[in-house]
Design a protein around this ligand. Structure first.
Ligand code: NDP
Length: 262
Protein backbone atom coordinates (compact mmCIF):
# COMPACT_ATOMS: atom_id res chain seq x y z
CA UNK A 1 0.00 0.00 0.00
CA UNK A 2 1.45 3.44 -0.93
CA UNK A 3 2.12 6.04 1.79
CA UNK A 4 -0.86 8.36 2.30
CA UNK A 5 -0.68 12.15 1.98
CA UNK A 6 -3.38 14.79 1.51
CA UNK A 7 -4.22 18.47 1.40
CA UNK A 8 -6.98 19.58 3.74
CA UNK A 9 -9.11 22.71 3.46
CA UNK A 10 -12.58 24.12 2.89
CA UNK A 11 -13.21 24.50 -0.01
CA UNK A 12 -10.65 22.06 -1.42
CA UNK A 13 -11.68 21.33 -5.03
CA UNK A 14 -9.44 24.14 -6.40
CA UNK A 15 -6.24 22.73 -4.85
CA UNK A 16 -3.41 21.83 -7.25
CA UNK A 17 -1.32 20.13 -4.56
CA UNK A 18 -2.27 16.52 -5.53
CA UNK A 19 -1.10 16.95 -9.14
CA UNK A 20 2.17 18.57 -7.99
CA UNK A 21 3.02 15.93 -5.37
CA UNK A 22 2.11 13.11 -7.75
CA UNK A 23 4.31 14.64 -10.45
CA UNK A 24 7.27 14.98 -8.02
CA UNK A 25 6.77 11.37 -6.85
CA UNK A 26 6.66 10.05 -10.39
CA UNK A 27 9.80 11.97 -11.31
CA UNK A 28 11.68 10.63 -8.27
CA UNK A 29 10.31 7.07 -8.34
CA UNK A 30 8.39 7.34 -5.06
CA UNK A 31 5.14 5.44 -4.52
CA UNK A 32 2.53 7.60 -2.77
CA UNK A 33 -1.13 8.47 -2.73
CA UNK A 34 -2.05 12.17 -2.33
CA UNK A 35 -5.74 13.11 -1.94
CA UNK A 36 -7.89 16.17 -1.31
CA UNK A 37 -9.74 16.16 2.03
CA UNK A 38 -12.62 18.49 2.77
CA UNK A 39 -12.89 19.29 6.50
CA UNK A 40 -16.04 20.76 8.02
CA UNK A 41 -15.43 24.34 9.17
CA UNK A 42 -15.87 23.18 12.78
CA UNK A 43 -14.23 19.77 12.23
CA UNK A 44 -10.57 20.45 11.38
CA UNK A 45 -9.06 18.97 14.55
CA UNK A 46 -11.09 15.74 14.23
CA UNK A 47 -10.16 15.42 10.54
CA UNK A 48 -6.43 15.58 11.19
CA UNK A 49 -6.71 13.20 14.16
CA UNK A 50 -8.55 10.70 11.92
CA UNK A 51 -6.01 11.11 9.11
CA UNK A 52 -2.99 10.29 11.26
CA UNK A 53 -4.81 7.50 13.17
CA UNK A 54 -5.56 5.86 9.82
CA UNK A 55 -1.84 5.81 9.05
CA UNK A 56 -1.57 9.05 7.04
CA UNK A 57 2.03 10.33 6.76
CA UNK A 58 1.71 14.02 5.93
CA UNK A 59 -0.84 16.77 5.37
CA UNK A 60 -0.78 20.10 3.63
CA UNK A 61 -3.16 22.65 5.12
CA UNK A 62 -4.89 25.37 3.16
CA UNK A 63 -7.53 28.08 3.68
CA UNK A 64 -9.03 28.59 6.26
CA UNK A 65 -7.18 26.23 8.62
CA UNK A 66 -3.52 27.36 8.68
CA UNK A 67 -3.87 29.19 12.02
CA UNK A 68 -5.77 26.28 13.60
CA UNK A 69 -3.06 23.89 12.41
CA UNK A 70 -0.46 26.16 14.06
CA UNK A 71 -2.35 26.02 17.36
CA UNK A 72 -2.56 22.20 17.34
CA UNK A 73 1.13 21.42 16.81
CA UNK A 74 3.29 20.09 19.63
CA UNK A 75 6.44 21.05 17.72
CA UNK A 76 6.92 23.98 15.31
CA UNK A 77 9.78 25.14 13.10
CA UNK A 78 11.10 28.65 13.76
CA UNK A 79 9.55 30.03 10.55
CA UNK A 80 6.15 28.51 11.46
CA UNK A 81 6.34 30.13 14.91
CA UNK A 82 7.03 33.50 13.30
CA UNK A 83 4.32 33.06 10.64
CA UNK A 84 1.83 31.85 13.30
CA UNK A 85 0.46 29.61 10.55
CA UNK A 86 1.22 26.07 9.39
CA UNK A 87 0.78 24.57 5.92
CA UNK A 88 2.70 21.28 6.39
CA UNK A 89 2.00 18.66 9.09
CA UNK A 90 3.59 15.34 9.96
CA UNK A 91 3.81 13.08 13.02
CA UNK A 92 7.09 12.23 14.77
CA UNK A 93 7.18 10.04 17.91
CA UNK A 94 3.46 10.70 18.43
CA UNK A 95 3.98 14.51 18.35
CA UNK A 96 2.29 16.62 15.68
CA UNK A 97 4.98 18.66 13.86
CA UNK A 98 4.24 21.79 11.80
CA UNK A 99 6.13 23.95 9.33
CA UNK A 100 5.25 26.85 7.04
CA UNK A 101 6.83 26.44 3.60
CA UNK A 102 5.01 29.28 1.79
CA UNK A 103 7.70 31.91 2.35
CA UNK A 104 10.63 29.71 1.31
CA UNK A 105 8.52 28.67 -1.70
CA UNK A 106 8.33 32.33 -2.72
CA UNK A 107 12.06 32.88 -2.16
CA UNK A 108 12.89 29.85 -4.33
CA UNK A 109 10.47 30.95 -7.06
CA UNK A 110 12.09 34.41 -7.11
CA UNK A 111 15.56 32.83 -7.32
CA UNK A 112 14.38 30.68 -10.25
CA UNK A 113 13.34 33.90 -12.03
CA UNK A 114 16.92 35.13 -11.63
CA UNK A 115 15.91 38.12 -9.44
CA UNK A 116 18.38 38.81 -6.62
CA UNK A 117 17.13 39.40 -3.08
CA UNK A 118 20.57 40.24 -1.67
CA UNK A 119 20.48 43.79 -0.23
CA UNK A 120 17.15 44.33 -1.97
CA UNK A 121 14.44 46.91 -1.29
CA UNK A 122 11.05 45.19 -1.34
CA UNK A 123 7.53 46.58 -1.20
CA UNK A 124 4.78 44.15 -0.18
CA UNK A 125 1.18 45.16 -0.86
CA UNK A 126 -1.16 43.59 1.74
CA UNK A 127 -0.71 42.58 5.38
CA UNK A 128 -2.67 39.33 5.65
CA UNK A 129 -1.56 35.78 6.35
CA UNK A 130 0.54 35.42 3.20
CA UNK A 131 2.56 38.57 4.00
CA UNK A 132 3.15 37.37 7.57
CA UNK A 133 4.52 34.10 6.18
CA UNK A 134 6.98 35.59 3.69
CA UNK A 135 8.69 38.42 5.62
CA UNK A 136 11.08 36.23 7.65
CA UNK A 137 12.22 34.09 4.67
CA UNK A 138 12.70 37.25 2.55
CA UNK A 139 14.80 38.76 5.34
CA UNK A 140 16.83 35.55 5.63
CA UNK A 141 17.38 35.66 1.86
CA UNK A 142 19.11 39.02 2.27
CA UNK A 143 16.43 41.73 1.89
CA UNK A 144 17.78 44.99 3.24
CA UNK A 145 14.47 46.89 3.53
CA UNK A 146 10.87 45.64 3.44
CA UNK A 147 7.97 48.07 3.30
CA UNK A 148 4.49 46.70 4.00
CA UNK A 149 1.66 48.77 2.51
CA UNK A 150 -1.88 47.90 3.47
CA UNK A 151 -5.38 49.30 2.93
CA UNK A 152 -5.86 49.09 6.70
CA UNK A 153 -2.68 50.78 7.97
CA UNK A 154 -3.00 49.46 11.54
CA UNK A 155 -2.68 45.87 10.28
CA UNK A 156 0.62 46.66 8.54
CA UNK A 157 1.86 48.44 11.69
CA UNK A 158 0.95 45.42 13.79
CA UNK A 159 2.91 43.11 11.46
CA UNK A 160 5.98 45.34 11.75
CA UNK A 161 5.68 45.28 15.56
CA UNK A 162 5.30 41.48 15.61
CA UNK A 163 8.15 40.71 13.21
CA UNK A 164 10.82 43.36 13.74
CA UNK A 165 12.68 41.35 16.39
CA UNK A 166 12.77 38.25 14.15
CA UNK A 167 14.19 39.85 11.01
CA UNK A 168 17.54 40.97 12.40
CA UNK A 169 19.12 43.81 10.45
CA UNK A 170 16.41 43.94 7.74
CA UNK A 171 14.48 47.18 8.17
CA UNK A 172 10.66 46.93 8.25
CA UNK A 173 8.35 49.86 7.61
CA UNK A 174 4.53 50.15 7.45
CA UNK A 175 2.57 52.49 5.15
CA UNK A 176 -0.97 52.97 3.91
CA UNK A 177 -1.75 51.53 0.46
CA UNK A 178 -2.80 54.96 -0.85
CA UNK A 179 0.60 56.48 0.09
CA UNK A 180 2.78 54.46 -2.30
CA UNK A 181 5.93 56.09 -3.68
CA UNK A 182 9.67 55.50 -3.86
CA UNK A 183 12.03 53.10 -5.61
CA UNK A 184 12.10 49.35 -5.07
CA UNK A 185 13.83 46.36 -6.61
CA UNK A 186 10.73 44.23 -6.19
CA UNK A 187 7.03 44.78 -5.53
CA UNK A 188 4.98 41.79 -4.33
CA UNK A 189 1.21 41.85 -4.53
CA UNK A 190 0.03 39.89 -1.49
CA UNK A 191 -3.43 41.44 -1.41
CA UNK A 192 -6.38 39.26 -2.32
CA UNK A 193 -7.63 41.96 -4.76
CA UNK A 194 -7.02 39.71 -7.79
CA UNK A 195 -9.12 36.94 -6.27
CA UNK A 196 -12.12 39.26 -5.97
CA UNK A 197 -11.46 40.99 -9.31
CA UNK A 198 -10.79 44.37 -7.69
CA UNK A 199 -8.25 46.76 -9.26
CA UNK A 200 -5.12 48.07 -7.54
CA UNK A 201 -3.84 51.44 -8.73
CA UNK A 202 -0.07 51.88 -8.69
CA UNK A 203 0.95 55.58 -8.84
CA UNK A 204 3.54 56.84 -11.37
CA UNK A 205 5.73 57.98 -8.45
CA UNK A 206 6.26 54.32 -7.54
CA UNK A 207 9.26 52.84 -9.40
CA UNK A 208 10.31 49.18 -9.41
CA UNK A 209 12.27 46.61 -11.45
CA UNK A 210 10.33 43.38 -10.78
CA UNK A 211 6.69 42.58 -9.95
CA UNK A 212 5.47 39.38 -8.27
CA UNK A 213 1.74 38.62 -8.04
CA UNK A 214 1.04 35.94 -5.41
CA UNK A 215 -2.26 34.91 -6.98
CA UNK A 216 -2.24 32.69 -10.06
CA UNK A 217 -4.74 31.73 -12.74
CA UNK A 218 -6.61 35.04 -12.32
CA UNK A 219 -6.71 38.35 -14.17
CA UNK A 220 -4.52 40.81 -12.26
CA UNK A 221 -4.58 44.60 -12.62
CA UNK A 222 -1.23 44.58 -10.78
CA UNK A 223 0.39 42.41 -13.48
CA UNK A 224 -1.28 44.46 -16.22
CA UNK A 225 0.38 47.60 -14.83
CA UNK A 226 3.73 45.81 -14.56
CA UNK A 227 3.44 44.80 -18.25
CA UNK A 228 2.56 48.37 -19.25
CA UNK A 229 5.70 49.61 -17.50
CA UNK A 230 7.81 46.94 -19.20
CA UNK A 231 9.18 45.52 -15.92
CA UNK A 232 9.75 41.77 -15.48
CA UNK A 233 6.89 40.03 -13.70
CA UNK A 234 5.48 36.71 -12.58
CA UNK A 235 2.27 35.28 -11.18
CA UNK A 236 2.24 33.08 -8.05
CA UNK A 237 2.38 29.63 -9.64
CA UNK A 238 6.11 29.33 -8.91
CA UNK A 239 5.45 30.06 -5.22
CA UNK A 240 2.85 27.29 -5.17
CA UNK A 241 5.32 24.83 -6.71
CA UNK A 242 8.05 26.12 -4.37
CA UNK A 243 6.06 25.52 -1.18
CA UNK A 244 5.07 22.04 -2.41
CA UNK A 245 8.75 21.17 -3.01
CA UNK A 246 9.67 22.24 0.54
CA UNK A 247 6.86 20.05 1.98
CA UNK A 248 7.84 17.11 -0.24
CA UNK A 249 11.44 17.32 0.98
CA UNK A 250 10.32 17.33 4.66
CA UNK A 251 8.27 14.17 4.14
CA UNK A 252 10.49 12.23 1.71
CA UNK A 253 13.97 13.68 2.36
CA UNK A 254 14.57 14.10 -1.35
CA UNK A 255 14.16 17.35 -3.27
CA UNK A 256 12.31 17.77 -6.57
CA UNK A 257 13.93 20.14 -9.09
CA UNK A 258 11.81 23.34 -9.14
CA UNK A 259 12.69 24.26 -12.73
CA UNK A 260 11.25 20.96 -14.02
CA UNK A 261 7.79 21.82 -12.69
CA UNK A 262 7.37 25.53 -13.47
P1 NDP B 1 -5.75 37.55 3.62
O1 NDP B 1 -7.23 37.47 3.49
O2 NDP B 1 -5.11 37.09 4.89
O3 NDP B 1 -5.28 39.09 3.40
C1 NDP B 1 -5.79 39.81 2.32
C2 NDP B 1 -5.04 41.15 2.19
O4 NDP B 1 -5.50 41.77 0.99
C3 NDP B 1 -5.28 42.14 3.32
O5 NDP B 1 -4.08 42.85 3.55
C4 NDP B 1 -6.36 43.07 2.72
O6 NDP B 1 -6.31 44.39 3.23
C5 NDP B 1 -5.93 43.11 1.27
N1 NDP B 1 -7.00 43.42 0.33
C6 NDP B 1 -8.09 42.67 0.02
N2 NDP B 1 -8.83 43.26 -0.95
C7 NDP B 1 -8.17 44.42 -1.26
C8 NDP B 1 -8.44 45.47 -2.19
N3 NDP B 1 -9.49 45.46 -2.98
N4 NDP B 1 -7.55 46.49 -2.25
C9 NDP B 1 -6.46 46.51 -1.45
N5 NDP B 1 -6.17 45.57 -0.55
C10 NDP B 1 -7.03 44.52 -0.44
O7 NDP B 1 -5.16 36.77 2.35
P2 NDP B 1 -3.78 35.97 2.25
O8 NDP B 1 -2.72 36.83 2.84
O9 NDP B 1 -3.95 34.59 2.75
O10 NDP B 1 -3.58 35.84 0.65
C11 NDP B 1 -3.20 36.96 -0.14
C12 NDP B 1 -2.97 36.56 -1.58
O11 NDP B 1 -1.87 35.66 -1.68
C13 NDP B 1 -4.14 35.82 -2.25
O12 NDP B 1 -4.22 36.27 -3.60
C14 NDP B 1 -3.72 34.37 -2.20
O13 NDP B 1 -4.31 33.61 -3.22
C15 NDP B 1 -2.23 34.51 -2.43
N6 NDP B 1 -1.43 33.36 -1.94
C16 NDP B 1 -0.72 32.64 -2.87
C17 NDP B 1 0.04 31.58 -2.50
C18 NDP B 1 0.82 30.83 -3.52
O14 NDP B 1 1.33 29.73 -3.23
N7 NDP B 1 0.97 31.35 -4.73
C19 NDP B 1 0.14 31.14 -1.08
C20 NDP B 1 -0.62 31.98 -0.17
C21 NDP B 1 -1.39 33.04 -0.61
P3 NDP B 1 -7.09 44.80 4.60
O15 NDP B 1 -6.21 44.34 5.74
O16 NDP B 1 -7.22 46.27 4.51
O17 NDP B 1 -8.41 44.07 4.56
Amino acid sequence: MPKQFAVIGNPIEQSRSPELHQAFAQDLGINLQYDKRLAALDGFEQSIEDFFKQGGQGLNVTVPFKEQAFALCGHLTERAKIAKAVNTLWMENGVLHGDNTDGQGLVNAIAALGWSLENSRILILGAGGATRGVIFPLAQAGAQYIQIANRTLSRAQQLVEDLKAAVGKTQLHATALDQLHGEFDLVINATSASLTGEALQLPETLKFDHAYEMAYGKASSFLDQAHQRGVSSSDGYGMLVGQAIEAFEIWHMVRPDLKKFL
